[in-house]
Design a protein around this ligand. Structure first.
Ligand code: KIV
Length: 263
């Protein structure tokens, strides 16, 4: 996918969108040669790449650094960068400065969590020529307000609010919407109500697309097992085995062999 027009097109022709997170050049080079549609440089990098417990420790500077590396490795993929914790809450000029840094780092769009207090800002960003992806349901930047990583929109009132926020985000100009950890039925209702595509994570199969955190779907963290996650590789064991084989060969003086040595 090269532009936001492709997102719209995929929704119209009912072709599912595949999005994956990426934070570094090496993985970006692999993704560049796959059929993945688009890449999110998410603030989950705070946890996955930097070992923090939440996304709160992310910053625009760090996301911009990851964005620049991913843009170099995957120049053929549409790239969305996350606006990190509080980067949208310190006034218009400050927010636009953060947008500018992410776009100049190589993003083609930014993602903003939550609707309340963001609608005017989103309109302004879109009117400034920058596409915005929305993000509703479980919004990890509000984890302490929410009370933990819980499914959102289970009660009718909460579901109605997420639906109303989705419509408001579309109206404000978002080109697509991430729905995180909401019941299948709610995601289905929102997807049917919107013209823009929905991209789900823990939102069932009715959304217009799916997103997963790359390292999670590759099984790099053996302790992370939320219900919504499918591990497509046992990365933890495979990489551990490779490292241990290296250690054994070094200890036995089997590596380097003649093949890896200069005459
Ligand atoms: O930062 C991230 O990885 C995300 C996805 C979970 C959508 O926002």
């Amino acid at each position: 996918m090269k532009s936001i027009l492709d997102f719209q097109k995929k929704k119209l022709i009912k072709e599912k969108i595949s999005m994956i997170t990426c934070y570094d050049y090496s993985f970006a080079r692999i993704i560049a040669e796959t059929k993945i549609d688009c890449i999110l440089v998410g603030d989950s990098s705070a946890q996955v790449m930097h070992g923090h417990n939440t996304t709160l420790n992310s910053s625009t500077a760090v996301i911009a650094l990851h964005t620049a590396a991913v843009a170099k490795g995957s120049p053929n993929k549409f790239l969305i960068a996350d606006m990190p914790f509080l980067s949208t809450r310190k006034g218009l000029k400050n927010s636009m400065d953060q947008v500018e840094k992410l776009m100049k780092a190589g993003a083609q769009a930014v993602k903003i969590e939550g609707a309340e207090g963001h609608l005017e800002l989103i309109k302004h960003i879109v009117e400034s020529g920058v596409p915005v992806m929305g993000h509703l349901g479980l919004t990890p930047q509000s984890i302490h307000q929410i009370g933990g990583p819980k499914v959102q929109g289970k009660a009718q009132e909460a579901a109605d609010k997420i639906l109303a926020d989705s419509v408001a985000l579309e109206k404000a100009g978002c080109f697509s919407l991430v729905l995180e950890c909401v019941p299948n039925d709610l995601a289905k209702k929102i997807t049917a109500a919107l013209k823009i595509p929905t991209i789900g994570i823990g939102a069932g199969s009715s959304t217009d697309g799916q997103v997963l955190v790359l390292q999670d779907m590759l099984g790099m963290n053996k302790d992370f097992k939320p219900k919504f996650l499918k591990k497509y590789l046992n990365g933890f064991d495979l990489i551990s085995e490779a490292l241990n084989s290296y250690v054994t060969e070094v200890k036995n003086a089997e590596f380097p062999s003649k093949e890896q040595s200069y005459e």
